[in-house]
Design a protein around this ligand. Structure first.
Ligand code: ZN
Length: 504
């Protein structure tokens, strides 16, 4: 029976959204369990469960009922409250993204992504990009076809992909932001190399038992604002935060007894994601404004913890003695200044996920420039590796010797995710702009030195977290800081911090 023959209300829309949200919560729980504690032999049954749940989700999100809701409320939007109208706009956007693709092509794309990931794994084992290139090419060709279905008034094909992850983002805007950022970082790197003194950082490899690391960093996460009664910490291989709902946002980490910085900054980071999830306004429960938060704004909050606070001298003035005590004397002979300088050591790496805060955006800019060449200039997929290597040499001054430490390091493209990488760099820039506004609002150095983070936590809740996905990232930024994205705040902050650390 077609629903729209009868009169529909906001309750019908909310009921459908809630069903989607409940299925998502189930999927999230199954995924969290799979990545943290599921027995090895549980794989096959779990794959069956996950595929059943995502199939159900697909039906609820795109089936006849969803089609009727979209059709009905497009004509009867006034039957919805203001909040529901905003939710409906998002609902339509999500619905149309999938509905625009013919069903058989959508299913074929699913197969291509699993083949892509398979080819990526095999290519990594053989350390040979050309094993992966044909599968990657097939994925790119399909994505180009999808862009034709999706494209409305976007200026270039790649704009269509950017928009899916970051509403309103364009190549034109990003080119301007990234060119400025790239030049600023390259200049700063050259300055540090020519005029700076690189700090000693051997103490970072001291033997700190995992039990001590765990105890310290779990307490630290709570000092940063993570609510332990609405979360937990588990071990995993690739750390992530999984939010089931605002009262259950779980974080994960990995440990190395000879590299405590990894778990400390890793947990600061995931706790930032968790704090966001724990503080979305109650009125968005069971809606896409709770689950569908854009990656860049989420990342700005994890990076706020990891970089804005976790690399701040003022913050560590208060935090370092606490960590020294928690590590039971193992850092007692490292004076504060030596600790902070070593903690900040900057060194170009080939692997994105191991990059320090200065060079990280360069890794993203390289991926952005390559994606743009693929989708806007039909760049030859077989030649991506040489383009990749040339750009690493040019921007970072180091050249991958092997495909594994170069073009084969990320799984994103193998899963069909293009246009996603820029969000990581935007997260850094947003975090710095929020931080700058905070320094104009409070005496931030004094607060950090006193370990009083509450005003900062409250500001972040009020200006960022509560909205969930109900505002676009650009609107959140504009309303919170009074201006559009400006990469200069990030550049100024890094220059100030690193000039201090490198004695320039
Ligand atoms: Zn993150």
């Amino acid at each position: 029976m077609a629903l729209f023959m009868t009169e529909l209300t906001g309750t019908d829309l909310r009921k459908n959204m809630k069903e989607q949200a409940l299925l998502q919560e189930n999927m999230a729980l199954a995924e969290w369990d799979q990545l943290t504690g599921m027995p090895v032999e549980g794989n096959e049954f779990r794959a069956e469960l996950s595929s059943y749940l995502s199939g159900r989700f697909f039906q609820v999100a795109t089936g006849a009922e969803a089609a009727d809701l979209v059709k009905y409320f497009k004509e009867n939007k006034e039957a919805l409250t203001a909040d529901e109208q905003a939710l409906f706009d998002r609902y339509v956007k999500d619905y149309e993204e999938v509905a625009a693709i013919p069903e058989d092509e959508y299913a074929a794309f699913g197969h291509l992504t699993s083949e892509g990931q398979d080819a990526w794994t095999k290519a990594r084992e053989a350390n040979d990009y050309q094993i992966y290139a044909p599968a990657l090419k097939a994925l790119i060709e399909t994505k180009k076809q999808f862009i034709k279905y999706w494209r409305k008034d976007e200026a270039t094909p790649y704009d269509v992909l950017l928009n899916q992850f970051e509403p309103g983002l364009t190549v034109e805007k990003l080119d301007g932001i990234f060119d400025k950022l790239k030049q600023g970082i390259i200049d700063l790197q050259a300055d540090l190399k020519a005029n700076g003194t690189a700090p000693q950082a051997d103490f970072l490899n001291r033997d700190i038992p995992v039990t001590l690391q765990r105890e310290y960093v779990w307490d630290a996460a709570q000092r940063l604002g993570y609510d332990a009664n609405k979360g937990r910490l588990d071990d995993t291989i690739h750390p992530f935060m999984q939010d089931l709902n605002r009262n259950d946002a779980r974080i994960t980490t990995r440990w190395n007894k000879n590299d405590f910085q990894m778990a400390v900054l890793g947990i600061y980071h995931e706790a930032g994601h968790g704090m966001f999830a724990q503080n979305v306004a109650e009125k968005w429960d069971y809606t896409p404004f709770n689950k569908g938060i854009s990656m860049s704004i989420h990342e700005s909050q994890s990076l706020f913890n990891e970089v804005m606070l976790g690399r701040s001298k003022d913050f560590w003035q208060h935090e370092y003695p606490i960590m020294q005590a928690a590590f039971e004397g193992r850092l007692d002979d490292v004076a504060f200044d030596d600790f902070y300088k070593g903690w900040m050591l900057s060194k170009p790496t080939l692997i994105r996920t191991e990059a320090d805060p200065i060079t990280y955006p360069l890794h993203i800019i390289i991926r952005y420039e390559i994606e743009k060449a693929i989708f806007n200039e039909d760049f030859n997929v077989a030649d991506i590796e040489s383009l990749w290597n040339a750009k690493y040499e040019e921007y970072l001054g180091i050249r991958p010797e092997t495909a594994v430490e170069g073009v084969l390091q990320d799984i994103h493209w193998a899963g069909g995710d293009f246009g996603y990488f820029p969000s990581y760099a935007l997260g850094h820039l947003y975090a710095a702009q929020f931080y700058h506004t905070l320094t104009q609002t409070f005496d931030v150095p004094a607060l950090l030195q006193a370990g009083d983070l509450q005003p900062i936590i409250d500001w972040r809740r009020e200006h960022v977290w509560q909205f969930g996905a109900s505002k676009s990232p650009a609107a959140v930024l504009k309303d919170a800081t009074g201006e559009a994205l400006n990469p200069q705040y990030w550049l100024d902050l890094q220059r100030e911090r690193y000039a201090d650390v490198y004695d320039i």
